[in-house]
Design a protein around this ligand. Structure first.
Ligand code: ADP
Length: 918
């Protein structure tokens, strides 16, 4: 969906003096001022006034005019009713809402009432979050309608439902600040909120909510929707969650034709609670490109790279799992067991996947059946879907008891009781009509009454065909043809000359059997006649056709009821089918690419052997001539929780950072991971800051964004978290940047104690290695070869030896003169920088820990091993620490340089800046 806000619609003129039909239009429009009104007139949906202008522009339709209203021509455009879905889809994608105003009676009925115009009513409000048509939905993504309600103490109640499948969940968020994370997780297609909450949303996520009213008796409304007297049996909700749920239900009810009936297929709201779920904020999701790439497309994202599901519902389930990985061992292990079972037996996996492939989307078909908006193919989808369910269940059962518990549970759910499949099989014709109004839905032999009516109809049809011969004979016109005519029914057509003759002299033989010709129409090259016998047959045929059609609709309703009666079981089977698809797909991926089952351990651990980035590796494999992906280890196990990664740009740092964060997402979503081996202590919050993000729309600089995101980590990360951070401090001047990066790294290591991979180009930070006991150094290995830099993409122990920036600049084509000048400047700077090495010895002494305790730098109340300003000058300490006997002359000279630069004024200034930074 491009955006939520409906494009503003133009002014509606005064209704005064409107013609009867137009008066109806005004009344309907007044009910739905912010929606385009699709006004049914015969075979078309027409739009008028500003609606017509907006729609004609959006759809590229010709704008015409229809009559006048208050002295001005009325702008109009229309879409054919039988093809309106495609137009709706385009309008909904453009952010419009559409109110469908239908004719509620036939012209005959209106005539009988002596009414000036047909009765019309708005039967449905089409919004992005309430559509069920396949043309309007993305097959592989849930279509969440999210409702928000304010709670106590700044909390926010959230409820989201997918009308197309019936899924329904709630959660209570501690604060408005948690909303962006939820929005990023769900990517709702439509958002509802009461005005005051809606008002805070635009700044939050660039999304505008539809303003909705908080229902007064929320609990009563929800209870009524599910036909219960109390919600106690459903689970524990916060009041605001119920308010949000009620708001969502109310909205669905008022936008749908069925009213309360439209809610029948929704599942009970499941309180999700944030517990048990891996927390990721919007920035982390964007940076990890889970459901879409940073550019916003859906191709180069994690989901696209790992999706091996073979059904649309399986694709949706996988998207939901990746968007919301778990954080509790038990359900994760259960999923891993299921994948393992399907990986262990290629036969089981293949049979299951074969049975699943192309299985229809039962959940959405059921949604359309419930909302009484179904087509014949939806009944077929239930029939075929249940057939596939049984086949998958057979395959799972054949695998015996060894199969994982989740698969056993799925297998039970795949055999619903009652199971309407057999009856649907008998009832539905082999080839189905596209629309319910077309004949041919019901198979011969299913309904005796229908068969009888069809026989009558066919007999009449046969009799009419036979009549062609009789008439030709009786009228003496050999070339006579009986043809069906839209307006007049069956007529006999004869060439002009024969027609003239019939008009002049009625054939004597014809009157006997009611065959006297009655003229109906003169055409350019012929005449059309009927006669009493033909008219009689025509009428009988039409009556039998009508009766058959009516009976067929009755049978269709019966079949719908049959499905709805079995709806809970069908919904469970559909969900089980999707789950099995996801497990089997994960197993297929693991088999195909050598993925492994991550060992889940009960401590904050993280170790990956030969890990790969699924998206980059797949892209390299696709590219012809692209090198192979170089697998890398990552070890953040206790004792080496923080990894400081150095290396030049383009060496693969961000790939490495992301791939390790993605291991967590995949493992905790219940999948296997792209590695030879992996050990993981569950992560409660995952943070990823990789790649610069300007927030131009929000008016914030890159550095401001970077700092805001860093602040979010420092305020929320803890011992259960995993953080991957790229180039903190890159957005500002070197000293500032280094200072910030330094302090952040210390805080992550000392205070937050989270597992961390910290990539930096500040080589100076490597000096912290000796100071921070759990810090390990890694570097992207690079080799110089004939004056060129070669990126090996492999991560080794240690720190980058030198700056490779100039090599990269050369690769990028920076002119030679600039490069050689940069080389000279680099040399001079490096000369000076040698004096900075004691940084590692000194800065932590000044700032770590003590500053956090609010140390006053002037009075020096630092304690323990922290030097205070009252201690001897650091240069003196460094001098005292020198082992003079072991120094080579060159080292002695370097030490002197170092000591002198410690006395340098500039250096003191920056020292103080660092000392007070925390
Ligand atoms: P950095 O963050 O260090 O600038 P990236 O992670 O963006 O570098 O990687 C640059 C390019 O190098 C990627 O687009 C990818 O093609 C390639 N690359 C990165 N990591 C690997 C790897 N492990 N194996 C093979 N190619 C890699």
């Amino acid at each position: 969906m491009d955006s939520f806000p409906a494009p503003a619609l133009g002014r509606v003129p005064s209704a005064e003096g409107a013609s009867p039909a137009l008066a109806q239009w005004f009344a309907a429009k007044a009910q739905h001022p912010d929606a385009l009104l699709f006004f049914r007139m015969g075979d078309f949906f027409e739009l008028f006034f500003a609606d017509a202008e907006a729609a004609s522009e959006a759809l590229g339709l010709a704008l015409s005019f229809r009559g006048e209203h208050r002295g001005e021509r009325v702008p109009m455009c229309g879409v054919p009713a039988h093809a309106h879905e495609a137009y709706l889809a385009r309008l909904i994608r453009r952010g419009f809402r559409v109110a469908i105003c239908e004719q509620m009676e036939t012209p005959e009925e209106a005539k009988r009432r002596k009414a000036a115009t047909l009765r019309r009513e708005v039967v449905r409000l089409v919004t992005p979050g309430t559509v069920t048509e396949d043309a309007l939905l993305e097959a592989a993504r849930p279509a969440w309608l999210l409702a928000l309600a304010p709670g106590e103490g700044g909390a926010v109640g959230a409820a989201w439902l997918d009308v197309s499948t019936g899924a329904f969940e709630t959660e209570s968020l501690p604060a408005v600040a948690d909303l962006p994370g939820l929005l990023a997780r769900l990517e709702p297609v439509e958002l509802l909120a009461p005005p005051d909450l809606a008002a805070v949303l635009p700044g939050l996520a660039g999304e505008r909510a539809t303003e909705a009213v908080l229902p007064r008796d929320a609990t009563g409304l929800v209870a009524a929707a599910f036909g219960v007297s109390t919600l106690e049996g459903f689970g524990a909700y916060a009041a605001a969650e119920i308010a949000a749920a009620a708001m969502a239900l109310d909205y669905v009810k008022t936008t749908q034709r069925g009213g309360a009936e439209a809610l029948a297929h929704l599942s009970r709201p499941v309180p999700r609670g944030a517990r048990g779920v891996l927390q990721m904020d919007g920035a982390t999701r964007r940076s990890l490109e889970i459901l879409r790439s940073e550019r916003g497309d859906m191709r180069d994202c994690l989901l696209a790279a790992v999706d091996r599901t073979v059904t649309a519902a399986g694709g949706r389930e996988l998207a939901s799992r990746l968007a919301c990985p778990l954080a509790e061992a038990e359900p994760i292990l259960a999923r891993h067991d299921a994948v393992a079972a399907l990986l262990a037996s290629a036969r089981l996996r293949n049979t299951v996947r074969e049975a699943l492939r192309g299985a229809p989307d039962m959940a959405r078909a059921l949604g359309r059946l419930s909302l009484d908006r179904f087509a014949p193919r939806d009944l077929a989808a239930i029939r075929d879907g249940l057939g596939r369910s049984a086949a998958v269940a057979d395959a799972l059962d054949a695998a015996g008891d060894a199969v994982a518990p989740l698969l056993r549970e799925a297998s039970a759910a795949l055999r619903p009781e009652p199971d309407p499949a057999q009856e649907l099989k008998r009832a539905l014709a082999e080839t189905l009509p596209a629309r319910l109004d077309d004949p041919g839905l019901v198979a011969v032999g299913y309904d005796r009454q229908l068969d009888g009516l069809r026989r009558l109809r066919d007999d009449a049809r046969g009799a009419i065909a036979a009549m062609q011969l009789d008439l030709a004979q009786a009228w003496g016109v050999a070339s006579l043809k009986v043809r069906h005519h839209q307006q007049f029914g069956y007529l006999a057509e004869v060439p002009a000359a024969a027609g003239e003759k019939l008009l002049r002299e009625a054939p004597a033989t014809a009157s006997r059997d009611g065959m006297a010709p009655i003229h109906r129409q003169t055409m350019a090259n012929g005449h059309r006649f009927t006669c009493a016998a033909l008219a009689d047959l025509d009428r009988r045929l039409a009556e039998a056709g009508d009766a058959a059609a009516k009976r067929e609709r009755t049978v269709a309703r019966h079949l719908r009821d049959l499905c709805l009666g079995a709806a809970p079981g069908i919904a469970r089977a559909a969900a089980a089918l999707a789950e099995v698809d996801v497990h089997a797909a994960a197993a297929a991926l693991a088999a195909e690419d050598g993925w492994c089952r991550p060992a889940i351990v009960d401590r904050p651990d993280f170790a990956v052997r030969a890990g790969r980035h699924p998206v980059v590796a797949a892209a390299l494999a696709r590219e012809r001539g692209g090198g192979a992906f170089v697998p890398n280890d990552c070890d953040l196990s206790p004792g080496r929780r923080v990894c400081l990664l150095t290396g030049p740009n383009m060496a693969g740092k961000s790939t490495f950072l992301r791939q390790n964060a993605l291991m967590v997402v995949l493992a905790q979503a219940g999948m296997f991971v792209p590695a030879e081996a992996a050990r993981l202590g569950l992560v409660d919050r995952l943070f990823s800051r990789v790649g610069a993000a300007d927030d131009i729309a929000g008016g914030r600089s890159t550095f401001m964004v970077e700092m805001a995101e860093t602040a979010a980590i420092l305020n929320q990360a803890g011992p259960g978290s995993l953080v991957v951070l790229d180039e903190v401090g890159r957005g500002t001047a070197t000293w500032d940047g280094l200072a910030v990066a330094w302090a952040v790294l210390e805080a992550l290591h000392d205070r937050l104690r989270c597992r961390t991979v910290f990539a930096t180009h500040f080589h100076e930070l490597t000096a912290l290695a000796g100071r921070l006991p759990e810090l390990s150094l890694s570097t992207m290995r690079v080799r110089e070869w004939r004056g060129q830099v070669v990126f090996l993409h492999s991560v080794g122990a240690g720190a980058a030896e030198r700056s490779w920036g100039l090599h990269v600049a050369r690769l990028a084509g920076v002119p030679k003169a600039v490069l050689s000048r940069a080389g000279a400047v680099l040399e001079a700077l490096e000369e000076r920088a040698r004096g900075l090495e004691p940084l590692s010895e000194e800065l932590p002494l000044l700032s770590r820990g003590a500053a956090a305790a609010g140390r006053d730098a002037g009075t020096g109340t630092g304690s323990g091993d922290h030097a205070s300003p009252a201690s001897p000058h650091p240069a003196l300490e460094a001098l005292a620490a020198l082992d003079l006997d072991s120094l080579s002359p060159r080292e002695a000279q370097e030490a002197l340089y170092r000591l002198r630069s410690m006395l340098n004024d500039t250096f003191f200034a920056s020292q103080h800046a660092l000392g007070s930074a925390e």
